[in-house]
Design a protein around this ligand. Structure first.
Ligand code: GAP
Length: 454
């Protein structure tokens, strides 16, 4: 079990097994947009559900929200996105390619890929200019300035503009949080590395409103909490780290940000940002909307603008990290076994039910077992091809358990239960199968890749 994973292997497995593939492929694709197939949808849904669980079910101080993607254009004026959500861009007059001016040392020249842009003999770069990352569109039939709106570049602002609604209707007082999952859009100049950076992606953001004096304490709380979440879901702790932003990296709204970084095949990169946004957003929206966005304590008449701690994660980027961390290859009886050692709670399919042969009444019993298990968890029935081939397929989609119905099943109503990670097989009565799998699903899990220090 080595750490053999490359981005190419992940991309290829995702395509081969129908997790994620390039969007609009039959038309040649559109740069850096991806579609999720069956197993990709199941996996990303599990990631999002685990996030909701951590925010809503495991604590009682966060409420949910689902705000619109298209918001009043003033939102982006107030938030600073219209003026400042830009990346510096340079064009090459020779190869006609565009590059992020601040990433040139990580990019390839359009003509000589062994060189960085600007380093090739024929490179002719323009001066850097700011390029706003928001996608612009119009509402209504009239295409004038009054009708210009933007696809949201982050879900966070939808939360701030609903602060007053939530405060009124959820009967909350700081400290409390508002959580949201949804699509965001950024016209990234250099997207890439599969779903790591795309122009359309899903964010999982939570804004936690606290009394100003408590902000530092809650910032530390959320750093620890969010790092713990990834570890609990099986990410190897030695592939995860917290990195505090230097002062010159901080966003305009932040007085302190730390990233949870993961050791992707492209190197240590941001998985999630946790920021202390102070009172920036509520104050700006209060000014622009001419509304009071503050908390008033009805008992003491104390009033203040809460400060905000924001853990902001990406559902696609997290899904990619879980895939990368789970990918493994090992030699079994002279053959390479490729598998995803996903946490069982994240695995797209929890159990596969396979008749050993497609005759002698085995498919009928296997379908019976499937009908029972699928009421309790995501289960798949497969009778096509050799048993070895079917297991290889389940290993590659990360199914933690396999149930084989064989000739003995017909005699004593027992089946074999195979473990994806250890390959151990135990015999178990059909009647006990559902409870046993639910017990295993609830049990704490650590990746076997840790045991060998991979
Ligand atoms: N509200 C703060 C905010 O949006 P961010 O660091 O720009 O902060 C938060 O984004 C998270 O969203 C990132 O850590 C990343 O996981 C994800 N994300 C941001 N841009 C992305 C992109 N172009 N493609 C995929 N995920 C992205």
């Amino acid at each position: 079990m080595g750490d053999l994973v490359t981005m190419d292997k992940i991309v290829s497995l995702c395509k081969r097994r129908g997790f994620i593939f390039p969007s609009s492929e039959i038309y040649g694709g559109v740069g850096s947009t991806y579609d999720y197939g069956h197993y990709g949808v199941l996996l990303k849904t599990n990631v999002k559900n685990e996030w909701w669980r951590a925010m809503l079910q495991d604590r009682d101080d966060v409420v949910a929200l689902d705000s619109a993607i298209i918001q009043h254009p003033h939102v982006w004026e107030a938030s600073g996105h219209l003026a400042g959500f830009t990346d510096p861009l340079v064009d090459c007059r020779t190869c006609k390619k565009r590059f992020r001016a601040d990433h040139l040392d990580q990019l390839e020249c359009g003509l000589k890929p062994s060189k960085h842009p600007g380093e090739g003999p024929d490179c002719d770069l323009t001066e850097a200019r700011d390029f706003n990352l928001m996608f612009e569109t119009t509402v209504g039939p009239v295409k004038d300035a009054g009708a210009t709106v933007y696809l949201r570049p982050e879900t966070a602002q939808g939360i701030f503009i609903n602060f007053k609604n939530v405060l009124q209707f959820s009967r909350r007082k700081p400290p409390f949080g508002i959580a949201q999952i949804g699509k965001s859009f950024r016209n990234e100049i250099t997207p890439g590395n599969f779903v790591f950076r795309t122009r359309e992606f899903e964010q999982m953001e939570m804004e936690f409103f606290v009394p100003p004096d408590d902000a530092d304490r809650w910032f530390a709380h959320w750093l620890a909490e969010r790092e713990r979440w990834y570890v609990e879901l099986g990410i190897r702790p030695d592939h995860l780290r917290l990195r505090a932003h230097d002062a010159d990296e901080l966003s305009h709204y932040s007085s302190g940000t730390s990233d949870v970084e993961y050791l992707f095949p492209i190197g240590w990169s941001e998985l999630e940002g946790i920021a202390n946004r102070g009172d920036f957003d509520l104050t700006r929206h209060a000014e622009h909307a001419n509304e009071k966005l503050e908390y008033v304590d009805t008992a003491t008449r104390d009033r203040y603008v809460p400060h905000v701690i924001e853990p902001a994660a990406g559902a696609d980027r997290a899904t990619l990290a879980f895939l990368v961390d789970a990918y493994d290859e090992e030699q079994v009886e002279g053959e390479t076994r490729t598998l995803l050692r996903l946490h069982p709670r994240l695995a797209p399919v929890k159990v596969a039910i396979l008749p050993l042969v497609k005759k002698d009444g085995q498919p009928e019993v296997a379908r019976e077992v499937w009908a029972d298990l699928r009421r309790r968890m995501q289960a798949e029935y497969d009778e096509g091809g050799s048993i070895g081939k079917r297991y290889r397929r389940q290993d590659e989609i990360g199914t933690p358990w396999g149930v084989t119905v064989d000739h003995q099943t017909l005699e004593d109503r027992t089946v074999t239960l195979r473990d994806r990670d250890t390959l151990e097989q135990v015999r178990i009565p059909i009647d006990e199968l559902g409870d046993e799998l639910e017990r295993r699903l609830r049990a704490p899990w650590t990746t076997p890749k840790l045991a060998v220090g991979a």
